[in-house]
Design a protein around this ligand. Structure first.
Ligand code: HEM
Length: 456
């Protein structure tokens, strides 16, 4: 070997040098093809570290299975969506007929379409449970604020994707739903009308609108996938919260994700997707609206224009306020304000299990959500308007007034020292995570605690 020459460019010096300038080890804990790939692109190592060996609190309940269920639902939506996209025609003249062709002529087209439609509904069922889990157990609090905010962004994106997707079959509800919702932008002062024309690509909802909605439906759907990657990355920085709302300090308070959570999540997923299959095979149109099997007709307005069930609570808030602009702002704020909850809620305690007042207010918030959903499906007249107003008032009072005040004045219950003590308190019946049993109470022996039970 020649001695290194300082005049030579760096790469040449590297080649000539007896000692390589930078020693990069190309090695992997695995052997064979997996090891070869892992040494060069350490994704297998990442999966092992971040998923299989990742440690989670040992007391996670089935509410923590919904993140995984959401991922499976998203995968079903993307796969069935691509399959539908292969046959669908995004034009005013062909859209309705192309969907009917998928249902009748394409091999298993009916299955793919019903799966896509119902997976969208079940995606929302799962996300609402996921969000309320976060609210109840205080998962939005420090240090998971950004994880929560990413979740809210995902939720907005889900709503956009679902709305755009619903216009694609070009039935009566597709057309009139698109007309009503796009018209909301006209409430924006000065530029509102211009925005609506720009969204439509013309002076009414039509061929151009449908074509671009098809593009946006795809783009935002894949945007959700990207945001979910960020969501899970942020989760793996902080680790999972748990029903006790206290951070595990010792390894004995945690379990590895695999096999403990993979098996538990699998049980949750089997139950969830059995229900999904039940609706899919026995009542595939139950969650939809029959008017959407009538081709879009710009000259005939349906008697009641109602959005899909998952939008109803927010539709109720929109209609509860007589002023259009204020209604639109209230509807957006009802979700947007959730992003500020980590700062609005002043309590240092996370879990409702230890918050005697906030627990009831949060459960009332869940009831309020259902009341708004029901009233959103009713005509906007008479007593329904007043119920919608009361529901809207509670929604905002919960976030803007009760969260800060209760956070300051509430006297929480004594927190357990660690997760083991939490499990013991639960086994002794001193605490329960809901104020009422969801399922019949299990015997103490089967409580799952591996710790010796204290004497009675
Ligand atoms: C496509 C939609 C979503 C997917 C695929 C998803 C996925 C996940 C997964 C896999 C987890 C970990 C498992 C679990 O804790 O359940 C998780 C946790 C979490 N997600 Fe989501 N999520 C979605 C939407 C949302 C939304 C809309 C929010 C809130 C507005 C949200 C807030 C959270 C929070 C706060 C956690 C941490 C929970 C804890 O550690 O206690 N996520 N998510």
């Amino acid at each position: 070997m020649t001695a290194s020459n300082p005049e030579l460019p760096t790469y040449q010096r590297m080649l000539d040098s007896e000692e390589p300038m930078a020693v990069k080890s190309i090695s992997s804990p695995y052997s064979g093809v997996l090891g070869w790939i892992d040494a060069r692109l350490p994704i297998p190592r990442l999966i092992d570290r971040e998923y299989l060996k990742f440690r989670v609190p040992r007391n996670l309940n089935y509410f923590w299975s919904f993140g995984g269920i959401l991922m499976i639902s998203l995968a079903i939506l993307i796969i069935t969506g691509i399959s539908l996209g292969i046959h669908y025609k995004p034009s005013e003249a062909e859209a309705f007929a192309s969907v009917e062709r998928i249902m009748r002529d394409v091999n298993f087209g009916w299955l793919i379409r019903y799966m896509h439609m119902n997976a969208a509904s079940f995606f929302f069922i799962a996300v609402y449970i996921h969000i309320f889990r976060g609210l109840y157990f205080g998962s939005y609090k420090h240090p998971r604020e950004l994880l929560w905010i990413i979740g809210i962004v995902i939720f907005f994106m889900m709503m956009a994707t679902a709305f755009l997707g619903y216009t694609l079959p070009w039935g009566q509800m597709s057309f009139w739903g698109a007309t009503v919702i796009t018209n909301l932008f006209s409430a924006i002062p000065v530029v509102g009308d211009a925005i609506v024309t720009w969204l439509w690509g013309g002076y009414s909802v039509g061929d151009q609108t449908l074509n671009r909605f098809y593009v946006f439906h795809w783009v935002i759907a894949f945007g959700i996938v990207a945001m979910v990657l960020l969501h899970v990355t942020a989760l793996h920085i902080t680790g999972s919260n748990n029903p006790a709302g206290i951070e595990p300090k010792k390894e004995s308070e945690t379990l590895t994700f695999n096999p403990f959570m993979t098996t538990k999540d699998l049980v949750g997923a089997v139950v969830f997707f059995t229900l999904f299959a039940g609706v899919l095979f026995f009542a595939p149109n139950y969650l939809g609206h029959p008017d959407n099997y009538i081709p879009a007709n710009p000259l005939v307005t349906p008697t009641h224009i109602v959005p899909e069930w998952y939008f109803l609570p927010f539709y109720a808030i929109l209609r509860a306020i007589p002023d259009k602009l204020m209604g639109v702002l209230a509807m957006v704020a009802s979700i947007g304000l959730l992003a500020a909850l980590p700062w609005l809620d002043r309590s240092p305690i996370r879990s409702c299990v230890f918050r005697p007042v906030w627990k009831w207010l949060t459960l009332a918030f869940v009831v309020d959500f259902f009341v708004l959903m029901w009233v959103g499906a009713m005509p906007a007249e008479g007593v329904y308007v007043w119920i919608a107003r009361a529901g809207t008032l509670y929604w905002f009072a919960y976030l803007l007034i009760l969260a800060p005040l209760v956070g300051i004045y509430e006297r929480p219950k004594r927190l357990p020292r660690d997760i083991h003590e939490y499990e013991e308190m639960k086994a002794r019946g001193e605490i329960r995570f809901l104020p009422f049993p969801l399922l019949p109470r299990r015997s103490r022996k089967a409580s799952g605690s591996t710790h010796p039970q204290p004497a009675e």
